[in-house]
Ligand binder design. Sequence first.
Ligand code: KIV
Length: 293
Amino acid sequence: MSSNPNLAPSRARITVPQVANRKVRNGTDPLVMVTAYDAPGARIASEAGVDLILVGDSVAMVVLGYDDTLQVTVEDIAHHTAAVARAKPLPLIVADLPWMSYHLSVEDTVRNAAKLIRAGAESVKLEGGRKRLRMIDALADAEIPVMGHLGLTPQSVHAMGGFKVQAKSSESVRALVDDAKALAHAGCFAIVLEGVPSEVAALVTEAVDVPIIGIGAGPDVDGQVLVYHDVLGLEDRVSPKFVRRYADLKATSVAAIGAYADDVRTGAFPAPVESYHLAADVAETLGLYGRAG
Ligand code: KIV
């Protein structure tokens, strides 16, 4: 931070305790989280002023071309987390623990989370409710901040029978509220709540003291998260109801690469100003009259 009073104060990095205190009912602004998977994405998210960057396992679907998130490994997430961290973004970096990285044993869970922290993450996210308490306790013991993820949990795609809205019966709503309370009690500093009716998200948000960050969970939560490629319109194959596109970068990119291809084919690119040239005397010595710049 500059001590010169004439300079605008520089923004500071966002920390886990700052995020944990962001409850809208206490008068704070909603949290803004977006995914990013590489250094340019992290710089864009940081300059746009978001609060959290999620290196999500959605990288499997929007970057790596898989049909679900089950294919990515700890090494994949560590690789993308390191790229994000190298940009030194101001938002808090949350890295997803991928499927099967926190299901087998607490030792495995802590070791895998540590790989993501060493890659540059400042916290990790895992999916599931009360059945994950042992793992969350172990991560807390290892001083690794944990974000929970409830509702539509994409790593359970087969168990759920597809990417379907969750918590539609009174029984499942009660179970969801109990799961959220258990995660908050275990020390999760925030919880992502995905794909549930708005009324249910409002209930869950009311029930816990940690921020609930919604995706497809309506407006009555403590923040929102969206996938980078959805926000920017880079992903145009599917359009879930909850996504709002703020740009159409896929169409812009196709047009730009198409224009480049046309220019190469017609000889319009590169122009003399986009080329390097020999000094005139050297060109003359080589008999290249009229071709040097
Ligand atoms: O991986 C991801 O992008 C996520 C969000 C959908 C919350 O987990």
